[in-house]
Ligand binder design. Structure first.
Ligand code: DER
Length: 232
């Protein structure tokens, strides 16, 4: 309950502060964003706002549609005013681990096209260093054929273990919206995440990493005591 309330607090604060009339808004994936979309729909209705929404996943597309908001395709809306998204963990430099929901590639694409990226999260994501609270590793999207070589390359270069993400509702590995596999790399020491991100990105077969380095402009944390903490 406390966590859900915290997600809602962060989401409402972000939408109320950042969304203005006649904007194109990138909509992230996960559970916190659900509150943001509900708040956005409330404001659109109450204030008769003209808002276009760019989804970052099939979940986001459905969420936008189910809330009566307008879905648009990024290829015709390259200028995104603000992207609002969740995160699995945030460090003191606003580096993010994303991809717990498996949507990191489209999330990063939309975020890269946005004038600003605003993250909404509950207090469990507020860390000093990556890995303090998020123990499921850094998600990496790979083309299916490459999951073995990439897992090997990461483990040989950086240690830890990079494991294929298996589906729950279906036998076999998770398939992303792009038809790819996901590795979750559980690292066991701290690194210069910018170097790690660039190194892994260059490994043949890697589509995208869940390391969002120097991308977030502001994070809204919903706190346990009912306050909202922002970090720029
Ligand atoms: O997968 C992602 O990056 C999502 O943004 C997700 O991890 C955030 O999840 P939550 O809002 O359900 O915590």
């Amino acid at each position: 309950k406390a966590v859900e309330d915290a997600k809602k607090l962060a989401a409402y604060a972000a939408v109320d502060y950042h969304v203005k009339d006649n904007q194109t808004v990138g909509i992230g994936s996960g559970s916190t964003i659900i509150h943001a979309v509900k708040r956005l729909a409330e404001r659109v209705k109450a204030e008769n706002l003209n808002i276009l929404c760019v989804p970052t996943s099939s979940q986001a597309r459905q969420l936008i549609h189910d809330n009566g908001l307008t879905v648009v395709d990024i290829k015709r809306h390259l200028e995104i005013d603000v992207a609002i998204d969740g995160a699995d963990e945030v460090d003191s430099e606003l580096n993010l681990i994303k991809g717990g929901g498996g949507c990191l590639t489209r999330e990063k694409i939309v975020a890269s096209c946005a004038k600003s990226l605003v993250v909404v999260a509950d207090y469990r994501k507020d860390s000093h260093n990556l890995g303090e609270q998020w123990k499921k590793g850094i998600p990496i999207e790979v083309i299916p054929m490459a999951y073995g070589p990439v897992s090997n390359a990461i483990e040989n270069q950086f240690g830890g273990s990079a494991d294929l993400r298996m589906a729950v509702g279906k036998v076999g590995p998770v398939l992303t919206d792009n038809g790819n596999f996901l590795l979750d790399w559980r690292f066991d020491e701290l690194y210069d995440w910018n170097i790690v991100n660039m190194t892994i990105k260059l490994m043949p077969g890697v589509v995208e990493t869940g390391l969002f380095i120097d991308m977030a402009d502001r994070v809204y944390f919903g706190m346990e005591d009912g306050t909202v903490k922002t970090h720029d």
